[in-house]
Design a protein around this ligand. Sequence first.
Ligand code: HEC
Ligand code: HEC
Length: 156
Amino acid sequence: MMRFSIQTIPFALVFLASGLTSVHAGEHVYSANNAKWKTECGACHLAYPPQLLPAASWRVMMTQLDKHFGADASLDAKTAAEISAFLEANAGRNKREATGKPSQRITGTRWFKQEHDEVPTRIWSSPAVKQPGNCAACHTQAERGDYSERSLRVPR
Ligand code: HEC
Ligand code: HEC
C-alpha cells in the first residue's frame, strides 16, 4: 500500500491549488442570506452585504433604525433581533473593513475609498449612479451579492 502514497501527492497538490484558486475568485461574492434581511434591508436600497461593515457598526445601526440616515427604518423587536443576529454573525472581520470607530457608511470606510479610487468624481454624481451607495449602478450583480470584477460595468 505504501507505494501508492507517492502517486497521491501530485493529485493532492493539484486539488489544493484549484481549491485556493476558487477561494480567491469567490472573494467578492457575498453569499450569506436571510429572508427578513433581504426584504426589510432591501426595501429602500439594495441589501448591503453584512461582510462590508464590522459587527460594532451593525450593532449601533440596528439600535437607531428610527433615525437611519434621515429615514425611519424601524422594525418590530423580533424582526430587528433576527436581522441583528444575522448581520453580526456575518460581519466583516478583516481590518480593511473596520475603520476604528464604528462607521455606519460602507462608502465612508477607508477600504471602500481605496478600492474605488480609480472611479472619477464626476461618475459618482452622474445621473446613472447618483450616489456611491448605489452599488448596482456599476456592480451589475450586486443584488445577488456578487461584487466581482467579472460583473463590473462602470457607466460612462
Ligand atoms: C425606509 C428606507 C430604508 C430602509 C428600510 C433601510 N434603509 Fe438603509 N439607508 C436608507 C437611506 C435613505 C440611506 C442613505 C442613502 C444615502 O444618503 O446615501 C441608507 C443608507 C444605508 C447604509 C449606508 C450606505 C453607504 O452609503 O455606505 C447602510 C449600511 C444601510 N443603509 C443599511 C441598512 C440596513 C442594515 C437596513 C435594514 C435593517 C436598512 N438599511 C434599511 C434608507 C433605508
Ligand atoms: C461608479 C461605479 C461603482 C459603484 C457605484 C460602486 N462600485 Fe465597487 N467597484 C467599482 C470599481 C471600478 C472597482 C474596482 C475594481 C478593480 O479594482 O478591478 C470596485 C471594486 C469593488 C470591490 C472589490 C472587487 C474586487 O474584485 O476587487 C467591492 C467589494 C466593491 N467594489 C463593493 C462596492 C459596494 C458595496 C458598493 C456600494 C456601497 C460599490 N462597490 C459601489 C465601481 C463601483
